[in-house]
Every structure is written in structure tokens, then in C-alpha cells.
Design a protein around this ligand. Sequence first.
Ligand SMILES: *Cc1c(COP(=O)(O)O)cnc(C)c1O
Length: 229
Amino acid sequence: MLEKNLSIVEEKVKQACIRAGRDRSEVTLVAVSKTKPISMIEKVYDCGIRDFGENKVQELIEKQDVMAKDIKWHMLGHLQTNKIKYISEFIHCIHSADSLKVIEALEKEGAKKGVILHILLEVNVAMEDSKYGFELSEVQPIIDSFSKYPHLTLEGLMTVAPFVANPEENRAHFRNLNKLFVDNIEKKIDNVNMSVLSMGMSNDYEVAIEEGATCIRVGTEIFGRRNYN
Ligand SMILES: *Cc1c(COP(=O)(O)O)cnc(C)c1O
């Protein structure tokens, strides 16, 4: 089942890239394994996937501990600042830098461990009260201030778009975020390497790819529905 699901996702990614005139290699597929058991993650790993996403620190460290060490782990969920220390030495990318408080705590942890943390700014594109992240209008001054964070590399921007019935409803949000992303690619700001645009989930990743996503985060369509009970 997992192999079949993955091949369906892969085909849709490929077709979206063709429609957008993009090369498949421009888009990284992150398999979002939250709530799913090691046995399933191993099967997806055996199909060749090396990028996995989780949204809880405890679950992430338990899985990282037992899984193959060539996996690139992506942290997708809101971070409590006192838990950053548990993931700082292995995490590949933190997509959820969603406040100045979190950014400053990440910098402090990087300095303490002598590591550079790779992070994305989470943008709440639709200004939903229920979601973490910066408003689009707040982001540019934060990017411009990154020279003060020598233990961080700002790799790009991330969003969790609204849950909508028709993914077309999110196209304008993706386009707006892509514009901000592209505007910053050419700028030379210390500690900024604007190269990752993380947007698109099971419901809307094809539209996100058409609008420039370089990283999509797909859970349900690979692993099946999650059971939170
Ligand atoms: C759960 C989650 C996903 C995956 O969502 P699906 O709809 O299952 O594909 C992607 N990104 C974030 C931040 C998530 O929390």
C-alpha cells in the first residue's frame, strides 16, 4: 500500500512539475510520518525516501534514535523553546520558526552547542487565528535582520495554508509567498540562503508546485489517515 501511495504521489509531483515547466529535482518530497509507527517509516525509507517530517519533539527523538542515520529529519511543528536542545544536534531543517522568541532561542542553542541551525520562517499566509507564524507583512524586516544570528542559516519560508475543499483556493496564498521568496533570492544578507520554499500538503501540493514550492510536506496521501486517539 505504501509503495503504491508513494508512486501515485510521485506521478502527481512529476506532472505538476511538467505543467509548471520545472525540473523534478527542484522539488523535495518530505514524507510526514507524525503518529505513524517505525515499521511504516522503514517501508517508505526502503522505497528511497530520505526526508521525513515530524511535528512533536518527543516523537521525533524517539524515531531518530532507532531509524537509519542518513535520514534528514524536518521539524514541522511549533517548538517550545525549552525542547530545542533535544533536536539541535541532528535536525536537518526546522520549518517552524514562527516567532522572534523561537528564533532567538534557536540562535542561543546554536551558540551553546557550536552548531548552525537551518531554519525556515513560518508564515501564516491567510492570517488565521488558529495558526502560528508571522504575517506576510512582518517577514521582510525579520529577513533583513538575520545578520545578527550567526548560529542560524535562514534557508527560506514555509506555510501551512488553510484547509480548503478546493486547492485552487490556496493558489493566491502560494503565489504571494513565492513572490516574497523570489524577492529575497538575489539579496545578499548574512546568514540568509534563500533556497527553500516549503508549501503544499496532501490536499494542495500540486498547486503549490505550480506556484514555486521547492519542498512539499505530504503525510496522509503517503501514510493514510492519522488516528489521534
Ligand atoms: C501534518 C502536517 C503536514 C502533512 O499533512 P497532510 O495533510 O497529512 O499531508 C504537513 N505540514 C505540517 C506542518 C503538518 O503539521
